[in-house]
Design a binder for this molecule. Structure first.
Ligand SMILES: Nc1ncnc2c1ncn2[C@@H]1O[C@H](COP(=O)(O)OP(=O)(O)O)[C@@H](O)[C@H]1O
Ligand SMILES: [Mg+2]
Length: 337
């Protein structure tokens, strides 16, 4: 089955300037596609450029950070050249966002129900106040908020973090969006609540048929959620492919390291693997492969320190940016043992 491409990001470069006015690339040549109804997970450690990539797509980059080059298309429409008005319309109705902290989306001094009703009205549907309240309560009930009509009259601070995130998801799906962009939607929540919110997102997706871009630093979260995964490191994509391929035959030592950390975390042997070191600051990215200083591949060579590896196809739909992609599988088995 071929599904229409919903979002196409092509060679996106996002940058800022350092104290001396030098250009610093925070996202460096990122390309990916999301098809209708598909779940793409963007995975990488904190600082790898995941949030800025999606912020650039949605026209929500912070002040001082800008798109330097590249192309972003939503159903063939150029988004980087789109007006603020058009972007706001798309974000309200077609491309919905869910952030780590639900309070970024909620107004602390307005009742939750009124905010949901306002979101519904703002992006199209005309209705009376009573209808708005009823629709808000329905939406809240549909995302599992108990006693929704009464709770809708409370303020966000009277709600738990998990319930607030439910409210944000209710608002996000109110207009049947094409794409849900969820940026670390469970990171700020208790572990017990995280699974419930992931389940709710899956349900919401099924109900609306929306595609989803799920951003996470937690590879463990994606196994059951994703169709495809993009692994980011230091502003670049280092590997991408279907979930089963990346888990089964990783082709980049960073992916192998993330997998090994995940799989050995609760292992009986008690030897938990951790990738040594930490990622470089964008302004101090090393020449060559940005992962080379932390790389433990036995085949690591001089070339890794001098030449930036390009993303290349390993199999249909599976790409890796490693000079030694062929030796990753045996390394992965070694460190996961
Ligand atoms: N407003 C900003 N100004 C300058 N640098 C920023 C800004 N926001 C993020 N960065 C830097 O850009 C890089 C990527 O950030 P981000 O996309 O937030 O990473 P992630 O979401 O993967 O944790 C990081 O090094 C971060 O410090
Ligand atoms: Mg982030």
């Amino acid at each position: 089955m071929t599904r229409e491409v919903l979002l196409r990001v092509d060679d996106l470069v996002v940058g800022t300037r350092d104290g001396e006015g030098r250009e610093v690339r925070l996202v460096d040549g990122v390309s990916f596609e999301i098809a209708e109804g598909e779940v793409l997970c963007v995975v990488g450690e904190s600082g790898s450029g995941k949030s800025l990539t999606m912020a650039a797509v949605l026209g929500l980059l912070p002040t001082g950070v800008e798109v330097l080059s590249g192309r972003v298309e939503y159903r063939g429409e150029d988004l980087l050249g789109a007006s603020e008005r058009r972007l706001r319309e798309l974000r309200g109705r077609r491309l919905a966002m869910i952030f780590q902290d639900p309070m970024t989306a909620l107004n602390p001094v307005k009742r939750v129900g009124a905010q949901i009703a306002r979101a519904v009205r703002l992006h199209g549907d005309r209705m009376t106040r009573a209808e708005g309240d009823r629709r808000a309560a329905e939406l809240l009930a549909s995302v599992g908020v108990p006693d929704a009509a009464a709770r809708a009259r409370a303020y966000p601070h009277q709600w738990s973090g998990g319930m607030r995130q439910r409210a944000v998801i209710a608002a996000a799906i109110a207009h049947d969006p094409d794409l849900l962009v969820a940026d670390e939607p469970t990171t700020a929540l208790d572990v017990t609540i995280q699974a419930q919110i992931m389940e709710l997102l899956a349900e919401a997706r099924q109900r609306t048929g929306a595609a989803m871009a799920l951003i996470t630093h937690d590879l463990g979260l994606v196994a059951q959620t994703a169709d495809r995964i993009v692994i980011m490191y230091s502003g670049r994509i280092v590997e991408s492919g279907s979930v089963w391929e990346l888990f089964d035959t990783p082709r980049h030592p960073y992916t192998a390291g993330l997998l090994a950390s995940l799989l050995t975390a609760e292992s009986a042997s008690g030897r938990a693997y951790a990738i040594p070191g930490s990622p470089p600051q964008p302004a101090a990215r090393p020449a060559g492969c940005p992962f080379a200083p932390r790389c433990e591949l036995p085949t690591k060579s001089e070339r890794c320190r001098t030449d930036v590896p390009a993303l290349r196809a390993m199999a249909p739909g599976h790409t890796s940016a490693c000079h030694h992609a062929d030796s990753v599988s045996s390394f992965a088995q070694e460190v996961t043992r």
